[in-house]
Design a binder for this molecule. Structure first.
Ligand SMILES: NC(=O)c1ccc[n+]([C@@H]2O[C@H](COP(=O)([O-])OP(=O)(O)OC[C@H]3O[C@@H](n4cnc5c(N)ncnc54)[C@H](O)[C@@H]3O)[C@@H](O)[C@H]2O)c1
Length: 255
């Protein structure tokens, strides 16, 4: 049997990662880069994004930071164009940008609800739409969307805005997988369980503990656990897998 290359097919590929300056996005961008991919890192947090690029790839040959807001079609289209200008192709898109603004429903304003849906769900659509024509022209590609356990099943205190946005990401991924399969474009989602990051630090510790309860294993989740699932779905290790949502949560959903 021919031995698989260690890069899992990612060597020289071009990946775009939104939310790359956050904890999970950084782990994803770093792991893809470590497999030999060239990576466009997209985020609104310019300082953290540039700092990461400086640590990963000081010469800047194989990475590019792009300050862009996923809710802005113009900014994301421009960011994708700059990735194409530098690397000439786009093989993988990982949608990881996300926000969480929990409030009980009777205190949640429409503006709050819509702002979370706009970043988490509409932002995923905007980035997919920018990437798909390029992947179609190239004859294939891989899209991995970061959903959440909160979009899989009702979780206490996660917020209806966040849960609805992440359930939407799962629906978007499944339908896009069907639509784009004939073009050789794979679309999958990863649904992480609770991981302590800037996003979840704002959540009261007792709420976080309730989210985190019921794991089959005792190990707490870390950003790299999500990154390894994304690596699988972005690489040649998953060439007959599309439209799935991969749960990465230490077995929380086992009944
Ligand atoms: N931490 C968890 O427990 C957990 C669980 C399930 C899913 N997730 C998801 O994982 C993803 C990453 O979360 P994290 O925990 O690393 O949080 P994080 O706050 O560390 O990272 C989120 C990143 O998204 C960026 N971002 C926010 N709004 C943006 C926008 N409009 N345009 C571009 N970038 C934007 C932020 O600047 C930040 O760098 C999110 O989609 C989140 O919903 C996290």
């Amino acid at each position: 049997m021919e031995e698989r290359k260690k890069t899992y097919g990612l060597g020289g590929k071009v990946c775009a990662v939104t939310g790359a300056a956050g904890a999970i996005g950084e782990a994803i961008a770093s792991l893809l880069f470590a497999q030999g991919a060239r990576v466009g890192l997209i985020d609104v947090n310019e300082a953290a994004g540039r700092d990461l690029v400086g640590r990963l790839d000081p010469a800047g040959d194989s990475t590019l930071f792009l300050r862009a807001d996923v809710t802005s079609e113009d900014e994301i289209d421009a960011a994708v164009k700059r990735i194409l200008a530098k690397f000439s192709r786009l093989d993988v898109l990982v949608n990881c940008a996300g926000i969480l603004k929990h409030e009980p429903i009777d205190e949640m304003s429409l503006a709050n609800f819509e702002s979370v849906v706009r970043v988490n769900l509409t932002g995923t659509f905007v980035a997919c739409r920018a990437a798909v024509p390029i992947m179609k022209r190239q004859g294939g590609g891989k899209i991995v969307n970061i959903a959440s356990l909160g979009g899989r099943t009702g979780r206490p205190g996660v917020g209806v805005n966040y849960a609805a946005s992440k359930a939407g990401v799962i629906g978007l991924s499944q339908t896009l997988a069907k639509e784009l399969g004939p073009h050789g474009i794979y679309v999958n989602a990863v649904a992480p369980g609770p991981i302590l990051t800037e996003l979840t630090k704002k959540v009261p510790p007792d709420v976080f503990e309730r989210w985190n309860a019921g794991k089959a294993v005792t190990k707490n989740g870390a950003p790299v656990d999500v990154a390894e699932a994304v690596l699988f779905l972005a690489s040649d290790l998953s060439n007959w897998i599309t439209g799935v949502t991969l749960d990465v949560n230490g077995g929380i959903l086992i009944r």
